[in-house]
Design a protein. Structure first.
Lengths: 114, 118
Protein backbone atom coordinates (compact mmCIF):
# COMPACT_ATOMS: atom_id res chain seq x y z
CA UNK A 1 0.00 0.00 0.00
CA UNK A 2 1.17 3.51 -0.78
CA UNK A 3 1.67 5.89 2.08
CA UNK A 4 3.96 7.98 4.23
CA UNK A 5 6.24 6.41 6.81
CA UNK A 6 7.65 8.42 9.67
CA UNK A 7 10.28 7.04 12.01
CA UNK A 8 10.89 6.68 14.80
CA UNK A 9 7.49 6.95 16.47
CA UNK A 10 9.11 8.22 19.69
CA UNK A 11 12.41 10.10 19.98
CA UNK A 12 14.32 11.55 22.89
CA UNK A 13 16.86 14.35 22.65
CA UNK A 14 19.57 15.33 25.07
CA UNK A 15 20.60 18.93 25.60
CA UNK A 16 22.85 20.21 22.81
CA UNK A 17 22.09 17.27 20.54
CA UNK A 18 20.83 17.32 16.98
CA UNK A 19 18.26 14.69 16.04
CA UNK A 20 16.87 13.71 12.65
CA UNK A 21 13.30 12.63 11.96
CA UNK A 22 12.73 10.44 8.92
CA UNK A 23 9.91 10.81 6.41
CA UNK A 24 9.57 8.52 3.40
CA UNK A 25 6.72 8.36 0.88
CA UNK A 26 5.96 5.91 -1.92
CA UNK A 27 3.06 7.90 -3.38
CA UNK A 28 5.22 9.48 -6.10
CA UNK A 29 4.26 12.91 -4.75
CA UNK A 30 6.30 15.96 -5.72
CA UNK A 31 5.55 18.09 -2.66
CA UNK A 32 6.39 17.28 0.96
CA UNK A 33 5.81 19.16 4.20
CA UNK A 34 6.83 19.18 7.86
CA UNK A 35 4.45 20.42 10.56
CA UNK A 36 4.83 20.83 14.26
CA UNK A 37 1.81 20.18 16.49
CA UNK A 38 1.51 21.44 20.05
CA UNK A 39 -1.60 20.98 22.21
CA UNK A 40 -4.20 23.62 21.38
CA UNK A 41 -2.02 25.14 18.63
CA UNK A 42 -3.08 23.22 15.58
CA UNK A 43 -0.44 22.48 12.94
CA UNK A 44 2.32 24.97 12.15
CA UNK A 45 4.41 24.68 9.01
CA UNK A 46 8.17 24.23 9.51
CA UNK A 47 9.48 23.59 5.98
CA UNK A 48 8.11 22.46 2.67
CA UNK A 49 9.52 21.21 -0.59
CA UNK A 50 7.75 21.29 -3.94
CA UNK A 51 10.48 19.57 -5.91
CA UNK A 52 13.70 17.64 -5.39
CA UNK A 53 16.70 19.75 -4.32
CA UNK A 54 14.50 22.70 -3.40
CA UNK A 55 12.72 23.68 -0.16
CA UNK A 56 11.27 26.76 1.51
CA UNK A 57 10.95 27.93 5.10
CA UNK A 58 7.55 27.83 6.68
CA UNK A 59 6.28 29.85 9.61
CA UNK A 60 8.52 28.38 12.32
CA UNK A 61 11.74 27.27 10.56
CA UNK A 62 14.21 28.58 13.17
CA UNK A 63 16.13 25.75 14.82
CA UNK A 64 15.25 23.23 12.10
CA UNK A 65 16.87 22.10 8.85
CA UNK A 66 15.78 19.83 5.99
CA UNK A 67 17.10 18.27 2.81
CA UNK A 68 15.39 16.91 -0.28
CA UNK A 69 17.93 14.84 -2.19
CA UNK A 70 15.40 12.23 -3.30
CA UNK A 71 11.77 12.57 -4.30
CA UNK A 72 10.60 10.04 -1.74
CA UNK A 73 12.54 11.36 1.27
CA UNK A 74 12.34 14.60 3.28
CA UNK A 75 14.22 14.28 6.60
CA UNK A 76 13.91 16.95 9.28
CA UNK A 77 16.77 17.77 11.65
CA UNK A 78 15.95 19.39 14.96
CA UNK A 79 19.09 21.26 15.92
CA UNK A 80 20.36 22.31 19.33
CA UNK A 81 19.28 25.85 18.40
CA UNK A 82 15.64 24.79 18.78
CA UNK A 83 15.16 25.53 22.48
CA UNK A 84 11.70 24.04 22.83
CA UNK A 85 11.64 20.96 20.60
CA UNK A 86 9.14 18.88 22.58
CA UNK A 87 6.20 18.39 20.21
CA UNK A 88 4.48 16.02 17.82
CA UNK A 89 5.96 16.26 14.31
CA UNK A 90 3.92 15.41 11.24
CA UNK A 91 5.13 14.87 7.70
CA UNK A 92 2.80 15.20 4.74
CA UNK A 93 2.93 14.99 0.96
CA UNK A 94 0.78 16.05 -1.99
CA UNK A 95 0.82 15.58 -5.73
CA UNK A 96 1.84 19.12 -6.62
CA UNK A 97 2.36 22.69 -5.68
CA UNK A 98 -1.29 23.74 -5.97
CA UNK A 99 -3.11 24.39 -2.73
CA UNK A 100 -6.16 22.47 -3.94
CA UNK A 101 -4.25 19.21 -3.70
CA UNK A 102 -5.09 17.40 -0.45
CA UNK A 103 -2.19 16.44 1.75
CA UNK A 104 -1.56 12.90 2.96
CA UNK A 105 -0.08 12.54 6.43
CA UNK A 106 2.22 10.12 8.20
CA UNK A 107 1.52 8.89 11.73
CA UNK A 108 3.93 11.34 13.33
CA UNK A 109 7.00 11.35 15.57
CA UNK A 110 6.77 12.46 19.18
CA UNK A 111 9.95 14.20 20.30
CA UNK A 112 10.75 14.70 23.96
CA UNK A 113 13.67 16.16 25.91
CA UNK A 114 15.66 14.00 28.30
CA UNK B 1 -3.23 37.57 6.25
CA UNK B 2 -4.96 34.28 5.71
CA UNK B 3 -6.30 32.54 8.78
CA UNK B 4 -8.66 29.80 9.89
CA UNK B 5 -10.69 30.01 13.09
CA UNK B 6 -12.35 27.11 14.83
CA UNK B 7 -14.28 28.81 17.65
CA UNK B 8 -14.97 25.68 19.68
CA UNK B 9 -12.00 24.07 21.43
CA UNK B 10 -13.97 21.12 22.82
CA UNK B 11 -17.47 19.82 22.07
CA UNK B 12 -19.31 16.95 23.73
CA UNK B 13 -22.33 15.31 22.09
CA UNK B 14 -24.37 12.24 22.87
CA UNK B 15 -24.12 9.23 20.63
CA UNK B 16 -26.81 9.42 17.97
CA UNK B 17 -27.14 13.19 18.22
CA UNK B 18 -26.35 15.53 15.36
CA UNK B 19 -23.05 17.39 15.13
CA UNK B 20 -21.90 20.70 13.70
CA UNK B 21 -18.30 21.89 13.96
CA UNK B 22 -17.68 25.49 13.02
CA UNK B 23 -14.95 26.86 10.80
CA UNK B 24 -14.42 30.45 9.62
CA UNK B 25 -11.70 31.56 7.26
CA UNK B 26 -10.08 34.77 6.16
CA UNK B 27 -9.15 34.66 2.51
CA UNK B 28 -8.78 37.00 -0.43
CA UNK B 29 -10.09 34.77 -3.18
CA UNK B 30 -12.07 31.62 -3.77
CA UNK B 31 -10.71 29.34 -1.08
CA UNK B 32 -9.69 25.73 -1.22
CA UNK B 33 -11.12 24.27 2.00
CA UNK B 34 -10.52 21.00 3.78
CA UNK B 35 -11.60 19.11 6.88
CA UNK B 36 -9.26 16.58 8.48
CA UNK B 37 -9.72 14.23 11.45
CA UNK B 38 -7.01 13.08 13.86
CA UNK B 39 -7.24 10.20 16.32
CA UNK B 40 -4.92 10.39 19.36
CA UNK B 41 -1.28 9.80 18.48
CA UNK B 42 -2.07 9.47 14.77
CA UNK B 43 -1.69 11.52 11.63
CA UNK B 44 -4.48 13.42 9.91
CA UNK B 45 -7.02 11.84 7.59
CA UNK B 46 -8.85 13.84 4.95
CA UNK B 47 -12.64 13.90 5.48
CA UNK B 48 -13.66 16.16 2.60
CA UNK B 49 -12.63 19.09 0.45
CA UNK B 50 -14.19 22.03 -1.38
CA UNK B 51 -12.73 23.69 -4.46
CA UNK B 52 -15.70 25.05 -6.42
CA UNK B 53 -19.19 24.17 -7.59
CA UNK B 54 -21.82 22.68 -5.30
CA UNK B 55 -21.49 24.33 -1.91
CA UNK B 56 -22.60 21.19 -0.05
CA UNK B 57 -19.77 18.68 -0.05
CA UNK B 58 -20.04 15.03 0.94
CA UNK B 59 -17.14 13.25 2.59
CA UNK B 60 -16.20 9.96 4.15
CA UNK B 61 -17.71 8.44 7.31
CA UNK B 62 -21.05 10.20 6.74
CA UNK B 63 -19.69 13.74 7.12
CA UNK B 64 -20.70 16.72 5.01
CA UNK B 65 -19.74 20.38 4.96
CA UNK B 66 -21.35 23.49 3.54
CA UNK B 67 -19.43 26.41 2.08
CA UNK B 68 -21.07 29.78 2.72
CA UNK B 69 -19.16 32.59 1.08
CA UNK B 70 -21.30 35.33 2.67
CA UNK B 71 -20.39 34.06 6.13
CA UNK B 72 -16.82 32.96 5.29
CA UNK B 73 -17.70 29.62 6.82
CA UNK B 74 -17.19 25.95 6.07
CA UNK B 75 -18.98 24.08 8.85
CA UNK B 76 -18.75 20.31 9.20
CA UNK B 77 -21.91 18.32 9.97
CA UNK B 78 -22.99 14.77 10.70
CA UNK B 79 -26.64 13.75 11.27
CA UNK B 80 -25.92 11.03 13.83
CA UNK B 81 -22.66 10.75 15.75
CA UNK B 82 -21.07 7.38 16.56
CA UNK B 83 -18.71 6.74 19.48
CA UNK B 84 -15.91 6.12 16.98
CA UNK B 85 -16.18 9.75 15.79
CA UNK B 86 -14.49 10.94 18.99
CA UNK B 87 -11.32 12.63 17.73
CA UNK B 88 -9.88 16.04 16.95
CA UNK B 89 -11.08 17.82 13.82
CA UNK B 90 -9.11 20.38 11.84
CA UNK B 91 -10.31 22.83 9.23
CA UNK B 92 -7.72 24.06 6.71
CA UNK B 93 -7.47 26.47 3.78
CA UNK B 94 -5.03 26.38 0.87
CA UNK B 95 -2.41 29.08 1.24
CA UNK B 96 -1.79 31.85 -1.26
CA UNK B 97 1.58 33.41 -1.99
CA UNK B 98 2.17 37.14 -1.66
CA UNK B 99 1.45 37.38 -5.37
CA UNK B 100 -1.93 35.68 -5.07
CA UNK B 101 -0.93 32.39 -6.63
CA UNK B 102 -1.20 29.01 -4.99
CA UNK B 103 1.62 28.38 -2.55
CA UNK B 104 0.95 24.70 -2.08
CA UNK B 105 0.77 24.45 1.68
CA UNK B 106 -2.26 24.56 3.96
CA UNK B 107 -3.16 26.85 6.84
CA UNK B 108 -4.81 24.98 9.69
CA UNK B 109 -7.19 26.01 12.44
CA UNK B 110 -6.33 25.07 16.00
CA UNK B 111 -8.74 22.16 16.02
CA UNK B 112 -11.92 21.09 17.80
CA UNK B 113 -11.82 18.07 20.07
CA UNK B 114 -14.99 16.00 19.92
CA UNK B 115 -16.06 13.80 22.81
CA UNK B 116 -19.02 11.41 22.47
CA UNK B 117 -21.18 10.44 25.46
CA UNK B 118 -22.74 6.97 25.44
Amino acid sequence: DGGITQSPKYLFRKEGQNVTLSCEQNLNHDAMYWYRQDPGQGLRLIYYSQIVNDFQKGDIAEGYSVSREKKESFPLTVTSAQKNPTAFYLCASSTGRDSHQPQHFGDGTRLSIL
Amino acid sequence: AQSVTQPDIHITVSEGASLELRCNYSYGATPYLFWYVQSPGQGLQLLLKYFSGDTLVQGIKGFEAEFKRSQSSFNLRKPSVHWSDAAEYFCAVGALSNYGGSQGNLIFGKGTKLSVKP
